[in-house]
Write a protein that binds this ligand. Sequence first.
Ligand code: ADP
Ligand code: MG
Length: 489
Amino acid sequence: MNSTDSRYIQGSTGPWEIVIGLEVHCQVLSKAKLFSGASTEFGADPNAQVSFIDAAMPGMLPVINKFCVEQAVRTGLGLKAQINLISVFDRKNYFYPDLPAGYQISQYKSPIVGEGEVLIDLPGGETARIGIERLHLEQDAGKSLHDQHPDHSYVDLNRSGIALMEIVSRPDMRSSEEAAAYLKKLRAIVRYLGTCDGNMDEGSMRADVNVSVRKPGAPLGTRCEIKNVNSVRFVAQAIEFEARRQVDVLESGGAIKQETRLFDSRTGETRSMRSKEEAHDYRYFPDPDLLPLVLEQAWVDRIATSLPELPDEKKSRFVAMGLSAYDALVLVAEKEAADYFEAMLKEGAEPKAAANWLNNEYFGRLNKSGLSIVNGPVPAASNATIVNMVGENIISGKIAKDVLDIVWAEGGEPRSLVESRGLKQVTDASAIERAVDNVIAANPDKVAAAKAKPQLAGWFVGQVMKATGGKANPTVVNAIVKNRLGLPE
Ligand code: ADP
Ligand code: MG
């Protein structure tokens, strides 16, 4: 154990281990709600998308949305999890102004999805396995609006009844980095699957973060749960703060109370919200309006065969093409980036060259301009053509960057641009020989120096590249320079 290991906090009594488990709510990508046909579209006027059932009008009966069930099963399969052919919807009873029924329909003892796993990618290139305990379906509540009127609060029920998947991890994470990596991986998986858009800033994905600390090797400590954290960065900050707070409490002789806490993103601190409720406080019981949910194995199997390639599999395939694990990881992190890369391959680009080009050139330019792979100005075919021209020795790597800049700013087809602007690489030895001879003739002192110190030949190569506007083939230049200076190859 070393003291810079982010999994340990150094306290006055020695190191402490951080233990983290995440409950992540993912809004199911579906046009209609879990038990009604009302729309789920984001950004509508308040209460514009509320059916009688979402408003809990007496006597209304819920009807399960088959597509939401299919989305939950698809997600479960993507988490390599057990799909439970029989699951049960329960009422979770509590009072809240934005919960008109007085209960939330959720799943408790018999969730639709059981144990699974997520592999997370850590900075050093290692991976770690995080256990999934369960995934269950439930309804979202409405939203109280406290900022619309000086002395009234309003309730917007648009969100009421929207399907959520709650994905519960095992307490398998040991640092804020691991929790961040888990959340990113989970988000990538649901985006690949098309079961949740993963937009944390719109609230489509939010995390309850459970944190405890213990002496290395000791049994699990008492946890605190930080509710509704809505960005990867905030999750990491909340963990850092909370773990440190718990160590301080324990080391000053106190005890951790199991409680629910809130994260304040302005101060980076967590504060107590309420003591933790226990499951029995909710008086869970099977919802009498809904029969147990029974799935056919054949239906589940059909969903399984329709799953897309997921990030881990894509990454392995990219590595098998010759990409470094790091390059492959960067590409698969966003499905759109992976698709773009594969579109370049379809245009004949060599995989390693295409990956280098994207990671070293194109993505950097996108970042700088605040653009993403989907709204960047250069089509995959154009980037492929540029990479191909370098491979065919038509342009040098340096000119390739210039061509990218031109296509970025003005558009156009890279091959005809190279042709019309005279950017082709000079491989013609006699033209290069002339350029080399000119530089040699103009710099007799440097010639003498290079003969004594052969590394100085590089200076001549640079001058020739400059004189030819970067168009000379550097390998040819190098050979001719050495030859003219009488240096060994
Ligand atoms: P609840 O819904 O009451 O919060 P769950 O059992 O559904 O309870 O979820 C508990 C979450 O807390 C899981 O993600 C689990 O991994 C995590 N967890 C359980 N025990 C600990 C602990 N000692 N330290 C940190 N996390 C924990
Ligand atoms: Mg919880």
